[in-house]
Ligand binder design. Structure first.
Ligand SMILES: NC(=O)c1ccc[n+]([C@@H]2O[C@H](COP(=O)([O-])OP(=O)(O)OC[C@H]3O[C@@H](n4cnc5c(N)ncnc54)[C@H](O)[C@@H]3O)[C@@H](O)[C@H]2O)c1
Length: 317
């Protein structure tokens, strides 16, 4: 039996793109890095990729399309910025190559692998939401299995050192894309996302707090079980992802409602989950779990797409 490979390219030679290249090169799955693409010929990411034997170009997406083996590439990861992704997609879409978008551009449908990957295996452009979304949407989805989540709010804190210029240019897009994914993928009726860039030195680990307001009096142990199972499933591809403490519950009765500025009085249960993500330190040190949660989700997604694509080609051959 021959083991088929799936050639991929990565656009963006910053924090996310470089972490992703290293992750793929260190794994033994079907993905093969056929190109690393940047616009800065002096970037550390392009130099590292080149040292690791990956073909590189500093001429952006045009440079990628000019590579002699461009026709072999099956999937292109975009780790630039939301604005650059719109331009990259406009250029690449006519070639028929698929894109997996690690920026919060929201061109394609949102993908959080443990929740909805199988719905999108043939999407030409798939959006991986945000680091905060990959960390928190699974938890909201788990709570939604046990009751109506009328509101979900998440707060993601990452170290300033791990947020490159591309991330800093995309704070608004982070907020909008993560909020939308809490609703469309997580199942919350309303979602809100907040990101904190923390300049503390030594740098802090990625932390995420998830609040879900669940109508009525749901089964606490069922929620705790669903959240714990979901954490285990994410942990299977992001080993540093874990609950920082047990899931917390607080009940608000008619006589003691929770006041929400936008919607008024809430009666029901507030579920709080606190998560921490230690990185694998493939590129930046282990505090940068925010890189891992995104690049591991993207790699897991691409591997599943590769397997599906190879199976489908085999079935029609
Ligand atoms: N850093 C994080 O924790 C994190 C996590 C998840 C998602 N993201 C998203 O990933 C994207 C990249 O973030 P980052 O922190 O790696 O930023 P970064 O600034 O470190 O990296 C972006 C890279 O893209 C390159 N680039 C810009 N325009 C380009 C183009 N047209 N063609 C080729 N290369 C181009 C830049 O030169 C830079 O090397 C952002 O959209 C961000 O929101 C970041």
């Amino acid at each position: 039996m021959t083991t088929q490979t799936f050639p991929v390219a990565i656009i963006g030679s910053g924090n996310i793109g470089t972490d992703l290249v290293i992750k793929i090169l260190r794994s033994d799955g079907p993905l093969r890095v056929a190109a690393m693409v940047g616009i800065d010929p002096n970037s550390d990411g392009l130099a590292r990729a080149s040292r690791m034997g990956v073909p590189t170009t500093a001429d952006g997406v045009e440079g990628l399309m000019g590579l002699p083996h461009f026709g072999d590439i099956r999937l292109v990861f975009d780790a630039t910025s939301a604005g650059a992704h719109h331009a990259n997609w406009a250029t690449l879409q006519p070639t028929g190559v698929r894109m997996l978008d690690l920026t919060p551009a929201s061109v394609g449908p949102y993908c959080v692998p443990v929740v909805n990957l199988d719905e999108h295996l043939d999407a030409p452009n798939l959006n991986m939401v945000t680091c905060g979304g990959q960390a928190t949407v699974p938890i909201v989805s788990a709570v939604s299995q046990c009751g109506i989540v009328s509101y979900a709010e998440i707060v993601s804190s990452i170290s300033s050192k791990s947020a490159g210029p591309g991330t800093r240019a995309n704070i608004d897009e982070f907020t909008e894309t993560t909020s939308a994914a809490l609703e469309t993928v997580g199942g919350a009726l309303r979602g809100k996302a907040v990101m904190i860039l923390n300049p503390a030195d030594p740098p802090i680990l990625m932390r995420n707090t998830v609040y879900c307001l669940v109508d009525g009096d749901p089964d606490h142990s069922a929620i705790e079980r669903a959240v714990t199972e979901m954490v285990d499933r994410v942990n299977a591809y992001v080993p540093g992802y874990r609950l920082k403490q047990r899931v917390q519950f607080e009940t608000f009765s008619v006589g003691n409602p929770l006041y929400i500025p936008e919607t008024g009085k809430f009666t029901g249960t507030r579920v709080t989950a606190m998560l921490e993500v230690t990185g694998a330190a493939h590129y930046l040190p282990s505090y940068a779990g925010n890189l891992d949660i995104m690049t591991s989700a993207a790699k897991a997604t691409a591997e599943r797409i590769a397997a599906h694509s190879i199976e489908t080609a085999g079935a029609t051959a």
